[in-house]
Design a binder for this molecule. Sequence first.
Ligand SMILES: Cc1ncc(COP(=O)(O)O)c(C=O)c1O
Length: 375
Amino acid sequence: MSERIPIAGPSITELEIEYASDAAANGWYDRASEYPRRFESAFAEFIGVQHAVSLPSCTSGLHLALAALDIGPGDEVIVPDLTWIASAAPIQYVGAKPIFADVDERTWCLCVDSVRACITENTKAILAVDLYGGMPDYGMLSAVSDEYGLNLIEDAAEAIGSQYNGVKAGALGDVAAFSFHGSKTFSTGEGGMLVTDNDALYARVMKLRDHGRDPDDVHFLNREVAFKYKMPPVAAAIGLGQVERADELINRKREIFEWYQEEFDGVEGITLNYEPFNVINTYWMVTALVDPVHGLKKEELMAQLGGEGIDSRPMFHPLSSLPAYEEQAEAVIARQRNKVSYRLSPCGINLPSALCLDRLQVQRVAKTLCCLLGK
Ligand SMILES: Cc1ncc(COP(=O)(O)O)c(C=O)c1O
């Protein structure tokens, strides 16, 4: 049998190995913060923002963003129903309530009309997610945020290098967080980055991420009880190599998507990720919606692809459908309201999108999927 085709994975070259070795050998004493600082400044420049803070994960970045915006008990934050739980869990870490809004049929990201319908006097923020590298309508979301005086937080975990009207993902709201998990477009194994243009918010984040110490504090004087969220130097060194190779990594993601597009050209019943005219999608995960006429749910497709040596993942389940939210009144309402999320999710499957894939592997995936669908 031919080798297994992985769902996701990074591209690591001599550059990252060289930086990581240097960090392991020399990233101590007076050079202890050198790689985190270099990674942060290279990343901030790449996104086009003033501040970047390297972190252990994107989840910690969203937690810090919410805490720094002073969101807490009694507050509501609107988040898409169709996303990974890490987008919503931090809302509860700060004691606020996630309100699950529906997504748009084509972008698979927040639907602005649904957001409007979810706004109450307790709403404090909209937490938009750039799903699989795609983008919601940020023009409209910003307008709604301004109209109601809400904060706009961007979960850009999956959208490194994506653009909306020429602005990079991460620069579209008040604050954003990225993930460098091993499956992501830039990887540090585990890791994340918070970015913002807001000086006051940045100052607050810097204090909250270090147990409530002022950044220049040498007396270990904790001013409040807070968190400890930092990226280790060896991980930051790998991240620096990744951001220096940004164009190569992003072009590769787009190339993998184009290969799939060519393979599925003219095949009816398969819809891939959408890229509107004003968006550049970096396709973290190539995702296929399989027309329900085929009568195959995502779990069956995954099992059958798996049997052919091809790894895949289910499109995210609506958060409101998860056991984790079973008891929550908001989830009960969302289950009725979010028709699009509930229609898309059962027939969506993430196809292998690892940076190491070659054209022949993509051909094998596409042919196998077509075969399963009787094409
Ligand atoms: C949309 C989304 N948000 C947040 C996260 C959390 O990232 P991390 O695992 O770095 O905390 C992920 C990671 O998979 C994600 O896909």
